[in-house]
Ligand binder design. Sequence first.
Ligand SMILES: Nc1nc2c(c(=O)[nH]1)N[C@H]1C(S)=C(S)[C@@H](COP(=O)(O)OP(=O)(O)OC[C@H]3O[C@@H](n4cnc5c(=O)[nH]c(N)nc54)[C@H](O)[C@@H]3O)O[C@H]1N2
Ligand SMILES: Nc1nc2c(c(=O)[nH]1)N[C@H]1C(S)=C(S)[C@@H](COP(=O)(O)OP(=O)(O)OC[C@H]3O[C@@H](n4cnc5c(=O)[nH]c(N)nc54)[C@H](O)[C@@H]3O)O[C@H]1N2
Ligand SMILES: [Mo]
Length: 752
Amino acid sequence: MTEERDQDPTTVFYDHPTGGWGSLRSVLGHASQNRIRLGVLDTLRRQNKPGGYMCSSCAWAKPPSPHLAEFCENGAKATIWDLTPKRCGPDFFARHTLTELRGWSDHDLEAAGRLTHPMRYDPASDRYVRTTWDQAFAAIGQALQGLDPKSTVFYASGKASLEASYLYALFGRLYGHNNLPDSSNMCHETTSVALKRAIGAPVGTCVLDDFDHCDLMLFFGQNTGSNSPRFLHPIQQAIRRGCKIVTFNPVRERGLVEFMNPQDPAQMLTGRATPVSDLYLQLRPGGDIAALAGICKHLFDIGALDRDFIARHCHDFDPFEAWIRGLSWDRIQATSGLSRTDLVEVAELFARSKRVIGIYGMGLTQHVHGGDSVGMLVNLLLMGGHIGRQGAGICPVRGHSNVQGQRTVGISEKPELVPLDRLARMFDFDPPCDTGMTTVEVAQGLIDGTVRGFVSLGGNFGRASPDLTRTEPAWATLDLNVQIATRLNRTHVLAGPGAWLLPCLVRAERDRQKSGPQTVTMEDSLSHIHGSIGRRPPASRHLLSETAIVAGIAKATLPPNPRVAWDDWVADYARIRDLIEETYPDQFADFNARMNEPGGFYRGNSARERDWETDSGKAEFTLPADLSALGGDPAEGAFTLITLRSNDQFNTTIYGFSDRLRGLKGDRMIVLVSRADMERAGLAEGQRVALVTAVDDQITRRVEGLSVTPYDLPRGCIAAYYPEANPLVPLFLHDQASKTPAYKGVPVRIEA
Ligand SMILES: Nc1nc2c(c(=O)[nH]1)N[C@H]1C(S)=C(S)[C@@H](COP(=O)(O)OP(=O)(O)OC[C@H]3O[C@@H](n4cnc5c(=O)[nH]c(N)nc54)[C@H](O)[C@@H]3O)O[C@H]1N2
Ligand SMILES: Nc1nc2c(c(=O)[nH]1)N[C@H]1C(S)=C(S)[C@@H](COP(=O)(O)OP(=O)(O)OC[C@H]3O[C@@H](n4cnc5c(=O)[nH]c(N)nc54)[C@H](O)[C@@H]3O)O[C@H]1N2
Ligand SMILES: [Mo]
């Protein structure tokens, strides 16, 4: 793929709506660069529809009556990227040593194309060389047998199906550990912990129908236009009904400013976009707790609260009321960076609204007190009785297409979330019951050398996790490193002896096993389960499905067990769904029969029924540890760095160098700084600077060569791209309760 990298320094702000012709042009450009074929168009036609294939991009809901084309710019890019004709096979690896490949960019590594053969690292030539599946499984099995299970990690990256994920988690526990972190531990683990504590359910309470009935949506740190664009359709419909929208975000994100629906011919021809946010509040990073407290304070002042709901359903309201009443507006304004007038306006709107939905993403979860921010949003909703009725609720917007589902079927480091007793009976073994490692603990274990084996079901842990300069050397010293993947990435090329690169099918490809073509399933952001069937021919005849690879390794590792039938399960995935149903009978009753229901089947949510599965049996008002989510203000002269995604990337997969919705293009090595801060710090536009982490722990964390780019940001807030900025994030900087890294609140200095 060739892409232009020329940056136009004069355009720092995109003044066209999200969607629209820009989105179509972006997809078409991407398609032609990837030499798109008719089969890809057929796949897109079936994308996110019953009996079709479920997009491997984001986790947004798939409606029961889909649009003619129920995919967005990013979904199309993900499919085109997955179905590229380019191949990265043995001849590619014969040409390039890992030492050389470590000098390649994230984009160029993945752009080499689909992995085609199982490979092992050969230290003598410093290359990946061809192997067979039998050799790989036997050697990996033997290596795992020789390792202490507690020193190994089975990571997953939120894409693999419920079937593959269930087997993966079962394999981990049969082998002897709960070291089963997934990408959620860098993402919405804050949600799993904070929502569980507050409302007794670890996931959001909304379903699609709620968006047809709400009259106010509050957006906190979720960038809909870039990261879950299909969500813009229900938002647009809600706006046309008269629903109000308020956005809290340090960055003016285009998708929450205005939207032009590519599926609406009238809009496309007239060029008239739908304005999205009625009020767009550019708060300081980590200022959400204070902003929410300000809204609550005004609601107390005007007596606008649902006392009846609070008395019947809530616990610990009095200390919350006392705390809010005791807060001064000065502190609220200074910490949030917002004015009392603005917050009062939101509170008045909230008081007038009958049904409110609180929506959030990484802007809340990736902070030191991220869990407290989520708790505060729940507090506000509880004040108005907005949880557990139609048109209202809390809606975390999940990332990877099956990340929520992986947790549902057992990929979790927290054994208390898994029905271990049932697994013990079903498979006749003693499951380990000690808590496993989170992402942060795995990274620490890499640094300490206590992690000896790493198995990865997708993902790019060595690029997506924090404190990369410190973890990078560890990859080459692992005793075992197994990467199940579709494309080459940085984690793969950091490897050393003991490394295996195992290529798998993508979801759009035909997965044929002994019983015939297989359907797989996934869970969307709104807890609906969907079947997905791939129809494209596999990129190589040497590929196996993720399910078959997991089973192949498990069978080679574990002693025979008459209750454990890896081969039979792989032969027919319906049997794995039977196991899931047996393990989780309430949520997955009649799984095989229901998996192709239009719109998916709902797994249910106790909090939605106002059945609070918390310690007190009621919904909890919670008090934050601090008014700022940052865990302390940056030192004098330092800035708070937030890390951003563009619409031309999916996590560490960099499709190209455009950030169209922010009016940026051509270069990802940039740091966004407000003009006022540039002036204060004496920085010039285009000047190359380094960012250095401003914490006191004797460790130097530094990223060089970033070009200063003026941008509309609150004072003291700067921004750079993920993953380029990941070496700057100290491992200890994470949400207190869930250990989700604080990627949105890193104290840094700018060095000229
Ligand atoms: N195109 C594309 N789509 C994706 C992804 C992708 O990389 N590219 N990734 C997928 C994944 S795994 C995930 S988890 C989701 C992520 O989707 P989002 O949850 O939207 O995550 P981010 O884009 O990281 O950040 C969201 C917003 O938080 C804002 N923000 C930063 N700090 C704060 C703060 O302190 N307070 C508030 N209120 N806002 C703040 C940022 O300006 C940004 O607009 O998207 C998924 N979809
Ligand atoms: N600074 C900063 N860091 C962040 C974040 C941030 O906002 N800021 N966000 C965090 C978040 S929300 C997340 S979810 C993590 C993401 O972390 P990960 O999920 O670990 O990373 P990805 O970039 O999604 O992984 C991409 C790789 O997955 C493999 N892959 C793609 N599709 C498939 C498939 O179908 N099967 C298999 N087996 N492999 C596949 C490819 O080889 C590709 O290179 O990053 C986190 N890191
Ligand atoms: Mo994520």
